[in-house]
Design a protein around this ligand. Structure first.
Ligand SMILES: [Mg+2]
Ligand SMILES: [Zn+2]
Length: 224
């Protein structure tokens, strides 16, 4: 049986040029968020704990203001619309897998008709401050307390049935990259890690680069 190509695409820093959580914190959180961010990057606390604590610094009443701010600030990486059309044409499945939060990702993805292909964290605005929820927590194969565990999501797609492609940046995509057959990396950190772990990888800057690379791979792009 021929494997079905499926793309798992990161959101923050990949589909959007910048990380929206950082954009939100800079504008809406009190200064304590920075120490929490440093704790995450130094791996003193898990991503789930850190992201949960950062959002708990912000009043729930700010929701609409935050969404409007993100919609106004976010810049989509070039070629994303064309990449989606290309993938649909060639029968390549797309999933967006993100450690970001539903309330700002969904409004940004809405025009692309991707909402039923989205895996991300949830949110609850019923309390005084924002509470993040975790519908895609780590399976028994991961002890990193990711929040949204991309590696666990990839494991739901059997290796002999799917040809799995990860597109992303940064540390939050590394464990997923290890579960993939092929990786597209758009920052130095993930590229370096792909080299270190001997992963099948390509660097890219725009989604046009991804299209032209996949077009050369007949076993993927030759379908339909
Ligand atoms: Mg990212
Ligand atoms: Zn995990």
């Amino acid at each position: 049986m021929k494997r079905k190509p499926i793309v798992f695409c990161d959101f923050d820093g990949t589909i959007t040029v910048k990380d929206n959580i950082i954009t939100i914190m800079k504008e809406f959180a009190p200064p304590e968020w920075k120490a929490i961010k440093d704790d995450i990057f130094e791996e003193r606390i898990s991503l789930r704990e850190g992201v949960g604590r950062m959002f708990s610094l912000i009043p729930s009443a700010k929701k609409i203001e935050i969404v409007n701010y993100v919609l106004e600030q976010a810049e989509m990486r070039k070629g994303f619309t064309e990449f989606l059309a290309f993938a649909r044409n060639r029968g390549i499945r797309i999933r967006v897998v993100s450690g970001g939060i539903d309330f700002f990702i969904e409004p940004l993805l809405e025009p692309y008709k991707l909402l039923d292909q989205l895996f991300c964290n949830g949110s609850d605005f019923s309390g005084d401050t924002i509470r993040i929820t975790w519908p895609h927590a780590c399976d028994e194969g991961c002890d990193k307390d990711c929040g949204c565990c991309k590696a666990s999501i990839l494991r739901q797609f059997p290796d002999d049935e799917y040809y799995k492609i990860v597109i992303g940046d940064s540390i939050s995509n590394l464990e997923a990259a290890k579960e993939a057959h092929q990786v597209f990396a758009c920052d130095d950190f993930l590229l370096e890690k792909c080299r270190e772990f001997g992963l099948n990888h390509t660097s890219f800057t725009t989604f046009y680069d991804v299209i032209s690379q996949i077009e050369q791979q007949r076993e993927i792009a030759g379908r339909r």
